[in-house]
Structure formats: structure tokens, C-alpha cells
Design a protein. Structure first.
Length: 585
């Protein structure tokens, strides 16, 4: 009997009611994905999770719902079997080596499948599927809006969840796994129609991260509505992801025997898999918090108000807390009002600033009748006062800017060759559409990119930085179609790198030379920055592409900067007479 047949037989026996043994405890993982359904990670989080598996970083994925639709546990277990096949294919390991059993999370039974050789874990909570619009009786949406108080898991062991228990269960996984990065689904609910379960699980992940008090990077992936955006998947990673998804579908949908692969993907799945649209959240930063023309300020007696930005204090975001330079941390009161109080580790003092400028709160929102596209609190202007209110597509989600201070000095921007100081690449130039570098040893100028993917970018836009976090120099530049990067990890094969600029240079104002790669947010990866009118704007690197662009510093009034460059940890804009540089993160 083939190994895949053994795995499928084991799944079938479980579906017939055979009890699973006690499971292995959760292990530490660099990556933790928190998703709603058993194909969300395969559709919306690739190639990121596949790359993490290839690096053997350790990947744990939590599936909040059973993905059962209107069916029972047998349907859920078909999907579980499909995941074991898909993840084994992604990791290149034996699919028969999974070991599944029951573990306890926050006092409730959950199924845990572990593949020790690949460092993979799959955790199934079994909360009932809610339907695309949250219309099913025990949906997460109905739990959120108070229509139901609790629901029983769709599983072979009893588990009952109210909202607080669900948050604590996921927080418990975060504490046990101690991830460097948490990946989840749509948080803002502002990008068009999506599955109700996707958006509620994104909110759940934010609240669980606040409850766990663990300082992990948080990345949210857009779902259904990403098919209206340009395709941005590279061919090689796409084929790897598609193979895994076809193996999943064979078990889950029956288009081929479990253990084999379906002949093709559905048109919709192919469209989603061609697109990866992610929103990151900042972990650390210092600057003024500006909304429109006003800034957030700490008032007398611990109050919080809007004030002119020239008189507003700087705020420091660190470990989820927003601390004012005048003292104290921002805290949400039960009414949604804000105060500055003594800093302490609590969800009421936890905030996340995403790459689109939303400032999300770690406090679970109060139940209301219609939370379909607004189910998480964010910092907003409520009648002229800063408060935390429900935010989303139907209620709005204001975009703040956290602007770093600038200091100016006399002098024009420095000239000279484009130099990579991260390895032996030395000074480089674009020659005949290819990246050519003078190696430090010998000084010979030689092309370093792959012949089948030349780095044909505007010569003046060539910049260097470590965009993927592997401590090796990568080269990026601008073309008529958008941003190309040639990474050391790819052998300097050029590939599109980032949907942040709409796939067109016209969406990036300024001269091609007005770009820089610098670790603007301090996460170990170089971000792409450019001049945006009277400001410096940066798009954060999330490891396989750039997140949406956001303003990070306002230029001095009247400064007509034409060039931008990195100076160590600083970003500097310059015109013919002066240079303005950022002072801190």
C-alpha cells in the first residue's frame, strides 16, 4: 500500500469515528497563520508560507472554523486530509508521517496534526462555518453581534466557544508557539466583498495578539476581492502553490483520489492564487500621529485631544503600546474615550498601526446589530474628539500618518556610483539592461543577473538593500511597468516586487532617481521609499513584495526636493541647497 493511501485510510478511519490519541504539544514556530477555512492559507498566503516551509522556519496554522458549510464533521475531515497532503507537497516530505491527536487549548479540545520532520503543525478548532455572509445559525458574525452567546465545535470531541473563549484559545496558541510573525486574513474589511468568516478571523487574530501580549509581526492578507487587482504571482512560486492546492482539492472535493492531484484548478481559485495582497502592521515607530490637519495630543489631567501638529507630542509605538513623549500610555476606556495612564501590558493599551494608516485597538468591541463590515475598533475622530469606535467599510476607517521628525542641514545630495555595502558586489550600474557590478576582489565589471531575467530598470533608479531579510544585497529599480527587484536569493533574477505602486511608475511621483531602499521601520528588511509631493513616502517590504505606500515624514515648507537617499538608518531628501533627514523611527 502506498504511503498516501495509508494516510487517506487513517483519515477515513477517523471519519468513521475511530478515536484519535492524545496529540503532541504545540512546538515553537517562527510562523503562525490564523485563518478561517482549510484553503485560505493555500489561496491567499502563498508563496509566503511555501517559502517559510522551504526554509524549515517552522510553520503552525490554526483553522478557526471547520469549513464544513452546511455539512457535518465528515466534510470537515475531508478538508483536513487535503491539508495534510498539500502541506507535505509544499514541504517536500512524506505525507504519511503526520501524527494527529487531541490537545487542550484554554480548557477545550482541539485537533493537532504534527509533522515533526518538516516542523509543521495544523490546529483545528472546529468552530462552525458561518457562510459567506455570516448567515448560518452559529456563524462568527452572529457570535460577534450578540445574536448567539456560544456555539459547539463541529468535531468528535465536545468544545463550546463564546467570544471570550475563542479569543483566549487563539491567544493561548500564540503564547505556546511564540512566533516571530503572525499571518491572518482581512482585518480592515475595507477592500470589497469578502467571506464573513475571513474578516471575523482577521479581527479575532488582532484581539488574540493583544490578549497574548506577544510582540510578533502581524500581516493581514486580502481575500475574495483581490481578484480585481493586477496579478502579481511569479511563475515558479505559483506552480508550487498550484500543485499543493490541486492535492488539497483531490481530498476535499473529490476531483481525484485523495493522495493524487486534480488535473486543474477552478477559474476562481486560479485567479486568487495569481494574486498576493498583504497589509503589514508596524511594530516600532516614533512620530506625531496626524489625522487630516490635526494631531493627537495628551491634554491636562490625562485627557487626550486634537491639537495643532506644531504643538503635539511625539508618540512611540513599541510592543503594541503608544507612549506619549509627555508621559503615559494611550488607553481605551469602556466608553471608547481615550486617556493617558501609567503604562502597563493590557489589551486596553494595545494598538496596531497598519500600512494603510488604520490604528486598531486590542479591545473587543461591544455587540451591535450590524457588524458585517465593521467588527473591530480603531482610532477615529468622533465629533471632534479622538475616540475608539467601530471601523470598517460601512462606517469608515480613518487613515492616520505617523510622521517622523526631520532635521535639515545645508548642502546638495551626494553624487557618485550606486554602491552596495552589504557584500562584495561593490559599485554597480545598469549596462544594456543588465546589472553589472565591480567585484571588490579584482575590480572587474561583470553582469550578475540571470540572462533570462535582466534588470532592465531606469539607470538612475538603481538602489540596493536587503528587501527579503536574508542579510544579502538585493537590487531594485523602476521601469515603465513598476518596480523590479533582483534578489541575491534568486540569483539576481529580476521579478516584479510590489503592488504598492499600482504596477505603474506613473503612480510614483518624481524623478526615477528619487527612490531609496532603507530599513525605514527597523524590521530587518529594506523598504522602498520615494518622494511624494511635499513628503517622503515608504512602502514596507513584507519579504516577497512591498505593502501599500504611506507618508512617513513631511518635508520643510517650501522645500522642492528632487532626490532621496539613505544615510545609515536615516532617509534624506535633498534639493540644490539643503538636505532634510529623518531623525528616528
Amino acid at each position: 500500500m502506498r504511503a498516501t493511501e495509508v494516510a487517506c485510510l487513517a483519515a477515513a478511519l477517523a471519519a468513521c469515528g475511530r478515536a484519535l490519541p492524545d496529540g503532541e504539544p504545540l512546538a515553537a514556530s517562527a510562523e503562525l497563520a490564523i485563518v478561517a477555512h482549510q484553503d485560505d492559507d493555500l489561496l491567499f498566503m502563498q508563496p509566503d508560507l511555501g517559502d517559510a516551509l522551504a526554509r524549515r522556519d517552522g510553520v503552525t496554522t490554526v483553522y478557526v472554523t471547520a469549513g464544513n458549510g452546511k455539512k457535518g464533521v465528515a466534510q470537515a475531515e475531508k478538508r483536513y486530509a487535503g491539508l495534510r497532503e498539500a502541506y507535505a507537497r509544499l514541504a517536500g516530505v512524506d505525507p504519511a508521517a503526520w501524527r494527529c491527536g487531541w490537545i487542550e487549548l484554554a480548557g477545550r479540545a482541539a485537533e493537532h496534526c504534527r509533522h515533526a520532520a518538516a516542523g509543521m503543525s495544523l490546529v483545528f478548532l472546529g468552530y462552525p462555518d458561518g457562510g459567506k455572509d455570516g448567515e448560518l445559525p452559529d456563524s462568527l458574525l452572529r457570535l460577534w453581534n450578540g445574536a448567539i452567546a456560544r456555539a459547539d465545535a463541529v468535531a468528535r470531541r465536545t468544545a463550546t466557544y463564546d467570544r471570550a473563549a475563542l479569543i483566549e484559545t487563539v491567544a493561548g496558541v500564540i503564547r505556546a508557539v511564540k512566533p516571530r510573525r503572525i499571518r491572518t486574513l482581512e482585518v480592515a474589511s475595507t477592500h470589497g466583498r469578502d467571506h464573513s468568516d475571513h474578516m471575523l478571523v482577521g479581527a479575532l487574530a488582532v484581539l488574540a495578539a493583544a490578549a497574548a501580549d506577544h510582540d510578533a509581526e502581524l500581516v493581514a492578507y486580502r481575500g475574495y476581492a483581490n481578484d480585481t487587482e493586477p496579478a502579481n504571482a511569479a511563475p515558479g512560486p505559483f506552480e508550487r502553490s498550484a500543485r499543493a492546492l490541486r492535492h488539497y482539492a483531490a481530498c476535499a472535493d473529490g476531483c481525484a483520489p485523495c493522495g493524487e492531484a486534480c488535473a486543474s484548478l477552478s477559474v476562481q481559485h486560479d485567479a486568487w492564487l495569481q494574486r498576493r495582497y498583504a497589509i503589514g502592521m508596524l511594530r516600532a515607530r516614533t512620530g506625531t500621529l496626524q489625522l487630516g490637519a490635526r494631531c493627537l495630543a495628551a491634554a491636562a489631567g490625562g485627557g487626550v485631544a486634537f491639537a495643532p501638529c506644531t504643538a503635539a507630542p511625539a508618540w512611540t509605538l513599541a510592543a503594541g503600546a503608544l507612549a506619549a513623549s509627555t508621559g503615559g500610555c494611550l488607553e481605551v476606556q469602556p466608553s471608547g474615550e481615550l486617556r493617558t495612564t501609567a503604562c502597563r501590558r493590557a489589551p486596553s493599551q494595545w494598538f496596531a498601526l497598519d500600512d494603510e494608516g488604520h490604528v486598531w485597538s486590542g479591545v473587543p468591541p461591544a455587540a451591535e446589530a450590524d457588524l458585517s463590515y465593521a467588527h473591530l475598533g480603531c482610532l477615529a475622530d468622533a465629533g471632534g474628539r479622538p475616540r475608539v469606535v467601530l471601523c470598517g467599510a460601512v462606517r469608515g476607517a480613518p487613515a492616520w500618518m505617523m510622521l517622523r521628525p526631520l532635521e535639515t542641514r545645508a548642502g546638495p545630495a551626494p553624487g557618485g556610483p550606486r554602491v552596495s555595502d552589504l557584500s562584495d558586489l561593490g559599485a554597480c550600474e545598469i549596462r544594456d539592461g543588465r546589472l553589472a557590478c565591480a567585484r571588490a576582489a579584482g575590480g572587474a565589471v561583470e553582469p550578475v543577473d540571470a540572462a533570462d531575467a535582466p534588470l532592465a530598470v531606469a539607470a538612475s533608479s538603481l538602489v540596493f538593500g536587503d528587501v527579503d531579510g536574508d542579510r544579502r544585497p538585493d537590487a531594485c529599480g523602476r521601469t515603465a511597468a513598476g518596480i523590479l527587484c533582483a534578489t541575491a536569493a534568486s540569483g539576481y533574477r529580476a521579478a516584479p516586487w510590489g503592488y504598492a505602486f499600482g504596477g505603474a511608475v506613473e503612480r510614483m511621483p518624481g524623478d526615477p532617481a528619487a527612490v531609496a531602499l532603507a530599513d525605514e521601520d527597523g524590521d530587518g528588511r529594506a523598504d522602498l521609499c520615494t518622494l511624494d509631493g511635499s513628503a517622503i513616502a515608504c512602502a514596507r517590504s513584507l519579504g516577497t513584495g512591498f505593502a501599500p505606500r504611506r507618508r512617513v515624514a513631511q518635508l520643510p515648507e517650501g522645500m522642492a526636493a528632487t532626490s532621496l537617499f539613505a544615510d545609515g538608518a536615516q532617509l534624506c531628501a535633498a534639493d540644490a541647497t539643503q538636505i532634510a533627514c529623518t531623525r528616528s523611527r
